[in-house]
Design a protein around this ligand. Structure first.
Ligand code: GNR
Ligand code: NI
Length: 159
């Protein structure tokens, strides 16, 4: 296991389309382990392969619901409802902004054994799934921010 370097906004790799994974290999298993380690080190709730410089459709998610999700070649099947809230990204360190996303999402993906599964999520899990799927298609949350990006950790004072 090893930490990988997180690519930051401005790195053109973050705006590229990722390729589907055709078969599991020892290198991809190692990548997935490293992605979890890198995500936990950064206190993130998800990480997508392009964030560590790999243009493959792989993302890992842990929103502290007791599961570690690995989504390979994820496809969004359904989106419903709406939630508006603060979002951040390990590739945009120090900033957060308000983004409106679906409240409920259903995805189909392959797991780390290339077995298909479906996952439904709400709230933070839905937000995280959509954020990670955006990464796999070259999109960052900054494109969807309503209003300004805020400096994370600095709350505005009451008037
Ligand atoms: O750590 C992260 N927090 C977060 C907060 C709200 C919605 C999505 C996320 S994902 C992000 C980690 C990251 O950059 N994943 O790509
Ligand atoms: Ni991100």
């Amino acid at each position: 296991m090893a930490l990988r370097e997180i690519r930051k906004q401005g790195d053109p790799i973050l705006n590229k389309e990722c390729k589907p994974v055709k078969e599991m290999t020892p290198r991809i298993r190692e990548l997935i382990e490293d992605m979890f380690e890198t995500m936990y080190e950064g206190n993130g709730c998800g990480l997508a392969a392009p964030q560590v410089g790999i243009l493959k459709q792989i993302t890992v998610i842990d929103v502290e619901d007791g599961n570690q999700y690995v989504l390979i070649n994820p496809e969004i099947l359904e989106e419903s409802g709406s939630q508006t809230g603060e979002e951040g990204c390990l590739s945009v360190p120090g900033y957060s902004g308000v983004v409106t996303r679906a409240q409920h999402v259903k995805v189909r993906a392959l797991d780390e054994n290339m077995e298909p599964f479906e996952l439904e999520g709400e709230d933070l899990l839905a937000r995280c799934i959509l954020h990670e799927c955006d990464h796999l298609h070259g999109h960052l949350f900054t494109e969807k921010v309503e209003g300004e990006l805020h400096t994370a950790g600095e709350e505005e004072e009451e008037a």
